[in-house]
Design a protein around this ligand. Sequence first.
Ligand code: NAP
Length: 284
Amino acid sequence: MSARLLLGAPLVQDRELSIRARVQDLASHGVVPTLAIVDATGQEAAARFARAKVRMCEKLGLSARTCRLPSSGSGGELLETLASLSQNPEVHGILLENPMPEAYRGLDAVTRIVPAKDVEGLHPFNLGHLLSGTGEFIPTTAAACLELLHHYEIPITGRQAVVVGRSSVVGRPVALLLLAQDATVTICHSRTKDLAHHTRQADILVVAAGHPGLVKAGMVKPGAVVLDVGMNFTEQGKALGDVETEGNLEVASAWTPTLGGIGPVTTILLLENVVRAAEKTVGT
Ligand code: NAP
Protein backbone atom coordinates (compact mmCIF):
# COMPACT_ATOMS: atom_id res chain seq x y z
CA MET A 1 0.00 0.00 0.00
CA SER A 2 1.19 3.53 -0.66
CA ALA A 3 -0.50 6.51 0.92
CA ARG A 4 -2.76 8.72 -1.14
CA LEU A 5 -1.58 12.33 -0.93
CA LEU A 6 -4.13 14.75 0.48
CA LEU A 7 -3.26 17.84 -1.54
CA GLY A 8 -4.77 21.19 -0.65
CA ALA A 9 -4.88 22.53 -4.23
CA PRO A 10 -8.23 21.13 -5.44
CA LEU A 11 -9.99 22.45 -2.36
CA VAL A 12 -8.21 25.80 -2.57
CA GLN A 13 -9.20 26.29 -6.22
CA ASP A 14 -12.90 25.91 -5.39
CA ARG A 15 -12.62 28.38 -2.51
CA GLU A 16 -10.72 30.91 -4.62
CA LEU A 17 -13.63 31.17 -7.04
CA SER A 18 -16.11 31.86 -4.27
CA ILE A 19 -13.80 34.37 -2.55
CA ARG A 20 -13.31 36.31 -5.80
CA ALA A 21 -17.08 36.56 -6.26
CA ARG A 22 -17.60 37.75 -2.68
CA VAL A 23 -14.80 40.30 -3.01
CA GLN A 24 -16.52 41.70 -6.12
CA ASP A 25 -19.79 41.92 -4.28
CA LEU A 26 -18.08 43.81 -1.43
CA ALA A 27 -16.54 46.18 -3.97
CA SER A 28 -20.05 47.23 -4.95
CA HIS A 29 -20.44 48.40 -1.34
CA GLY A 30 -17.13 50.27 -1.57
CA VAL A 31 -15.39 47.77 0.73
CA VAL A 32 -12.04 46.05 0.14
CA PRO A 33 -11.59 43.25 2.68
CA THR A 34 -8.35 44.03 4.48
CA LEU A 35 -6.07 41.85 6.54
CA ALA A 36 -3.46 43.24 8.93
CA ILE A 37 -0.58 40.88 9.73
CA VAL A 38 1.30 41.72 12.91
CA ASP A 39 4.69 40.05 13.08
CA ALA A 40 6.69 40.42 16.28
CA THR A 41 8.30 36.99 16.02
CA GLY A 42 11.68 38.20 14.78
CA GLN A 43 11.85 35.02 12.71
CA GLU A 44 12.57 34.81 9.01
CA ALA A 45 10.23 31.81 8.60
CA ALA A 46 7.33 33.89 9.95
CA ALA A 47 8.22 36.76 7.61
CA ARG A 48 8.17 34.30 4.72
CA PHE A 49 4.73 33.00 5.75
CA ALA A 50 3.51 36.61 6.06
CA ARG A 51 4.70 37.43 2.55
CA ALA A 52 2.94 34.36 1.16
CA LYS A 53 -0.32 35.48 2.79
CA VAL A 54 0.06 39.00 1.37
CA ARG A 55 0.61 37.55 -2.12
CA MET A 56 -2.48 35.38 -1.78
CA CYS A 57 -4.54 38.38 -0.63
CA GLU A 58 -3.37 40.39 -3.63
CA LYS A 59 -4.13 37.52 -5.99
CA LEU A 60 -7.76 37.35 -4.81
CA GLY A 61 -8.43 41.10 -4.56
CA LEU A 62 -8.08 41.51 -0.80
CA SER A 63 -5.81 44.13 0.70
CA ALA A 64 -3.08 43.19 3.17
CA ARG A 65 -0.68 45.18 5.30
CA THR A 66 2.14 43.87 7.46
CA CYS A 67 3.35 45.49 10.69
CA ARG A 68 6.79 44.16 11.65
CA LEU A 69 7.56 44.94 15.26
CA PRO A 70 10.55 44.33 17.52
CA SER A 71 10.67 40.91 19.16
CA SER A 72 12.03 42.21 22.46
CA GLY A 73 11.23 45.01 24.87
CA SER A 74 8.17 45.71 26.97
CA GLY A 75 5.69 44.75 24.24
CA GLY A 76 3.89 48.09 24.60
CA GLU A 77 4.15 48.80 20.88
CA LEU A 78 2.69 45.38 20.09
CA LEU A 79 -0.31 45.89 22.35
CA GLU A 80 -0.89 49.43 21.05
CA THR A 81 -0.70 48.24 17.44
CA LEU A 82 -3.26 45.50 18.04
CA ALA A 83 -5.60 47.89 19.87
CA SER A 84 -5.27 50.50 17.12
CA LEU A 85 -5.93 47.96 14.32
CA SER A 86 -8.94 46.71 16.29
CA GLN A 87 -10.37 50.25 16.17
CA ASN A 88 -9.49 50.91 12.53
CA PRO A 89 -12.63 50.56 10.36
CA GLU A 90 -10.50 49.93 7.26
CA VAL A 91 -9.09 46.73 8.76
CA HIS A 92 -11.40 43.70 8.85
CA GLY A 93 -9.10 40.94 10.03
CA ILE A 94 -6.02 40.85 12.26
CA LEU A 95 -3.49 38.04 12.35
CA LEU A 96 -0.78 37.76 14.96
CA GLU A 97 2.11 35.69 13.62
CA ASN A 98 3.33 32.78 15.74
CA PRO A 99 5.42 31.92 17.66
CA MET A 100 5.27 34.76 20.16
CA PRO A 101 8.76 35.58 21.40
CA GLU A 102 9.52 34.48 24.95
CA ALA A 103 9.49 38.12 26.17
CA TYR A 104 5.85 38.63 25.11
CA ARG A 105 4.31 35.33 26.15
CA GLY A 106 2.85 36.75 29.38
CA LEU A 107 1.14 39.65 27.57
CA ASP A 108 -1.80 37.64 26.27
CA ALA A 109 -1.56 39.86 23.20
CA VAL A 110 -4.33 38.05 21.32
CA THR A 111 -6.87 39.46 23.77
CA ARG A 112 -6.13 42.95 22.36
CA ILE A 113 -7.68 41.88 19.07
CA VAL A 114 -11.41 42.57 18.96
CA PRO A 115 -13.10 39.12 18.51
CA ALA A 116 -14.94 40.29 15.36
CA LYS A 117 -11.54 40.75 13.65
CA ASP A 118 -9.91 37.66 15.15
CA VAL A 119 -9.84 35.83 11.82
CA GLU A 120 -7.58 33.10 13.20
CA GLY A 121 -10.11 32.24 15.90
CA LEU A 122 -7.58 32.41 18.74
CA HIS A 123 -9.19 35.01 21.03
CA PRO A 124 -10.64 33.35 24.16
CA PHE A 125 -14.09 34.55 23.05
CA ASN A 126 -13.82 32.60 19.79
CA LEU A 127 -12.17 29.60 21.46
CA GLY A 128 -15.09 29.53 23.90
CA HIS A 129 -17.52 29.42 21.00
CA LEU A 130 -15.51 26.57 19.52
CA LEU A 131 -16.09 24.64 22.74
CA SER A 132 -19.83 25.23 22.55
CA GLY A 133 -19.90 24.42 18.81
CA THR A 134 -21.23 27.86 17.84
CA GLY A 135 -18.00 29.39 16.58
CA GLU A 136 -17.84 32.10 13.93
CA PHE A 137 -14.05 31.95 13.60
CA ILE A 138 -12.42 28.57 14.16
CA PRO A 139 -8.61 28.27 14.42
CA THR A 140 -7.71 28.02 10.78
CA THR A 141 -5.12 25.23 10.80
CA ALA A 142 -7.42 22.99 12.81
CA ALA A 143 -10.29 23.84 10.46
CA ALA A 144 -8.01 23.06 7.49
CA CYS A 145 -7.42 19.53 8.84
CA LEU A 146 -11.16 18.90 8.96
CA GLU A 147 -11.72 20.47 5.53
CA LEU A 148 -9.17 18.09 4.02
CA LEU A 149 -10.82 15.06 5.65
CA HIS A 150 -14.21 16.17 4.31
CA HIS A 151 -12.90 17.02 0.85
CA TYR A 152 -11.32 13.58 0.47
CA GLU A 153 -14.42 11.93 1.97
CA ILE A 154 -12.52 10.34 4.81
CA PRO A 155 -14.97 9.04 7.41
CA ILE A 156 -14.56 10.42 10.94
CA THR A 157 -17.53 9.11 12.92
CA GLY A 158 -16.62 6.33 15.32
CA ARG A 159 -12.96 6.31 14.33
CA GLN A 160 -10.07 6.53 16.74
CA ALA A 161 -8.32 9.88 16.32
CA VAL A 162 -5.03 10.63 18.04
CA VAL A 163 -3.79 14.21 18.17
CA VAL A 164 -0.16 14.84 19.11
CA GLY A 165 0.15 18.40 20.45
CA ARG A 166 -2.19 20.41 22.65
CA SER A 167 -1.58 24.04 21.66
CA SER A 168 -4.54 26.43 21.39
CA VAL A 169 -3.52 27.05 17.79
CA VAL A 170 -3.70 23.46 16.50
CA GLY A 171 -3.82 20.49 18.88
CA ARG A 172 -6.73 21.42 21.15
CA PRO A 173 -9.00 22.88 18.47
CA VAL A 174 -8.45 19.98 16.08
CA ALA A 175 -9.24 17.54 18.89
CA LEU A 176 -12.49 19.41 19.62
CA LEU A 177 -13.46 19.48 15.95
CA LEU A 178 -12.83 15.74 15.59
CA LEU A 179 -14.84 15.09 18.76
CA ALA A 180 -17.69 17.20 17.38
CA GLN A 181 -17.65 14.89 14.34
CA ASP A 182 -18.00 11.85 16.62
CA ALA A 183 -14.44 10.56 16.54
CA THR A 184 -13.04 9.05 19.72
CA VAL A 185 -10.15 11.36 20.49
CA THR A 186 -6.90 10.94 22.41
CA ILE A 187 -4.66 13.98 22.93
CA CYS A 188 -0.93 13.40 23.44
CA HIS A 189 1.66 15.94 24.58
CA SER A 190 5.23 16.18 25.78
CA ARG A 191 4.44 14.38 29.05
CA THR A 192 2.60 11.50 27.39
CA LYS A 193 4.16 8.16 28.26
CA ASP A 194 4.79 5.75 25.39
CA LEU A 195 3.72 7.98 22.51
CA ALA A 196 4.11 5.09 20.05
CA HIS A 197 1.48 3.06 21.91
CA HIS A 198 -1.04 5.85 21.27
CA THR A 199 -0.09 6.69 17.69
CA ARG A 200 -0.39 3.02 16.73
CA GLN A 201 -4.06 3.07 17.77
CA ALA A 202 -4.91 5.95 15.45
CA ASP A 203 -7.20 5.57 12.45
CA ILE A 204 -6.69 9.32 12.05
CA LEU A 205 -3.36 10.64 13.30
CA VAL A 206 -2.86 14.40 13.58
CA VAL A 207 0.65 15.47 14.54
CA ALA A 208 1.30 19.09 15.51
CA ALA A 209 4.32 19.04 17.78
CA GLY A 210 6.91 21.01 15.84
CA HIS A 211 9.53 18.23 16.21
CA PRO A 212 10.85 16.85 12.92
CA GLY A 213 10.57 13.07 12.76
CA LEU A 214 8.88 12.75 16.15
CA VAL A 215 6.69 9.97 14.79
CA LYS A 216 9.18 7.38 13.69
CA ALA A 217 8.94 4.37 11.40
CA GLY A 218 6.56 1.80 12.85
CA MET A 219 4.55 4.32 14.89
CA VAL A 220 1.76 4.63 12.30
CA LYS A 221 -1.04 2.07 12.20
CA PRO A 222 -1.42 0.33 8.82
CA GLY A 223 -4.23 2.05 6.90
CA ALA A 224 -4.15 5.21 9.03
CA VAL A 225 -4.84 8.68 7.68
CA VAL A 226 -1.93 10.95 8.68
CA LEU A 227 -2.35 14.71 8.96
CA ASP A 228 1.20 15.92 9.50
CA VAL A 229 0.78 19.55 10.56
CA GLY A 230 4.41 20.00 11.65
CA MET A 231 6.41 22.51 9.63
CA ASN A 232 10.10 22.49 10.51
CA PHE A 233 12.90 23.99 8.47
CA THR A 234 16.46 22.71 8.21
CA GLU A 235 19.34 25.19 8.01
CA GLN A 236 19.26 24.68 4.25
CA GLY A 237 15.61 25.76 4.24
CA LYS A 238 14.15 22.30 3.59
CA ALA A 239 10.69 21.80 5.10
CA LEU A 240 10.26 18.71 7.27
CA GLY A 241 7.12 17.38 8.90
CA ASP A 242 6.75 15.80 12.32
CA VAL A 243 6.23 12.33 10.87
CA GLU A 244 9.05 10.36 9.29
CA THR A 245 8.01 9.35 5.83
CA GLU A 246 10.31 6.33 5.62
CA GLY A 247 8.58 3.30 7.05
CA ASN A 248 5.29 5.15 7.57
CA LEU A 249 4.24 6.46 4.17
CA GLU A 250 4.16 2.89 2.87
CA VAL A 251 1.65 1.73 5.48
CA ALA A 252 -0.61 4.79 5.77
CA SER A 253 -3.69 5.02 3.55
CA ALA A 254 -3.54 8.83 3.18
CA TRP A 255 -1.08 11.56 4.06
CA THR A 256 -0.77 15.34 3.94
CA PRO A 257 2.52 16.43 2.37
CA THR A 258 4.48 19.01 4.40
CA LEU A 259 4.21 21.47 1.53
CA GLY A 260 1.00 21.71 -0.47
CA GLY A 261 -1.18 19.96 2.11
CA ILE A 262 -2.56 21.71 5.19
CA GLY A 263 -0.72 25.04 4.68
CA PRO A 264 -2.54 26.30 1.56
CA VAL A 265 -5.90 25.28 3.00
CA THR A 266 -5.10 27.18 6.21
CA THR A 267 -4.34 30.30 4.16
CA ILE A 268 -7.52 30.12 2.09
CA LEU A 269 -9.65 29.65 5.21
CA LEU A 270 -7.96 32.70 6.73
CA LEU A 271 -8.83 34.78 3.66
CA GLU A 272 -12.37 33.46 3.74
CA ASN A 273 -12.63 34.65 7.35
CA VAL A 274 -11.37 38.12 6.36
CA VAL A 275 -14.06 38.29 3.67
CA ARG A 276 -16.70 37.13 6.17
CA ALA A 277 -15.56 39.77 8.67
CA ALA A 278 -15.81 42.44 5.95
CA GLU A 279 -19.26 41.21 4.91
CA LYS A 280 -20.47 41.61 8.46
CA THR A 281 -19.58 45.30 8.37
CA VAL A 282 -21.94 45.87 5.43
CA GLY A 283 -24.57 43.39 6.58
CA THR A 284 -24.38 40.94 3.65
P1 NAP B 1 3.48 24.54 19.95
O1 NAP B 1 2.63 25.64 20.47
O2 NAP B 1 4.93 24.55 20.19
O3 NAP B 1 2.87 23.18 20.53
C1 NAP B 1 3.51 21.97 20.33
C2 NAP B 1 2.77 20.88 21.05
O4 NAP B 1 3.46 19.66 20.82
C3 NAP B 1 2.71 21.07 22.56
O5 NAP B 1 1.41 20.77 23.03
C4 NAP B 1 3.74 20.07 23.09
O6 NAP B 1 3.40 19.50 24.34
C5 NAP B 1 3.67 18.98 22.03
N1 NAP B 1 4.93 18.26 21.99
C6 NAP B 1 6.18 18.77 21.93
N2 NAP B 1 7.09 17.79 21.98
C7 NAP B 1 6.41 16.63 22.07
C8 NAP B 1 6.79 15.28 22.18
N3 NAP B 1 8.07 14.91 22.19
N4 NAP B 1 5.82 14.34 22.27
C9 NAP B 1 4.52 14.70 22.25
N5 NAP B 1 4.10 15.99 22.16
C10 NAP B 1 5.02 16.93 22.08
O7 NAP B 1 3.30 24.39 18.37
P2 NAP B 1 2.00 24.66 17.42
O8 NAP B 1 1.84 26.12 17.22
O9 NAP B 1 0.86 23.85 17.87
O10 NAP B 1 2.56 24.12 16.03
C11 NAP B 1 2.94 22.76 15.91
C12 NAP B 1 3.60 22.54 14.55
O11 NAP B 1 2.64 22.81 13.53
C13 NAP B 1 4.77 23.44 14.26
O12 NAP B 1 5.73 22.73 13.50
C14 NAP B 1 4.19 24.54 13.41
O13 NAP B 1 5.13 25.14 12.55
C15 NAP B 1 3.18 23.74 12.62
N6 NAP B 1 2.09 24.56 12.08
C16 NAP B 1 1.80 24.39 10.77
C17 NAP B 1 0.76 25.11 10.23
C18 NAP B 1 0.40 24.90 8.79
O14 NAP B 1 -0.37 25.68 8.25
N7 NAP B 1 0.86 23.83 8.15
C19 NAP B 1 0.05 26.02 10.99
C20 NAP B 1 0.34 26.13 12.35
C21 NAP B 1 1.38 25.40 12.89
P3 NAP B 1 3.32 20.35 25.72
O15 NAP B 1 2.01 21.07 25.65
O16 NAP B 1 3.37 19.32 26.76
O17 NAP B 1 4.49 21.28 25.69
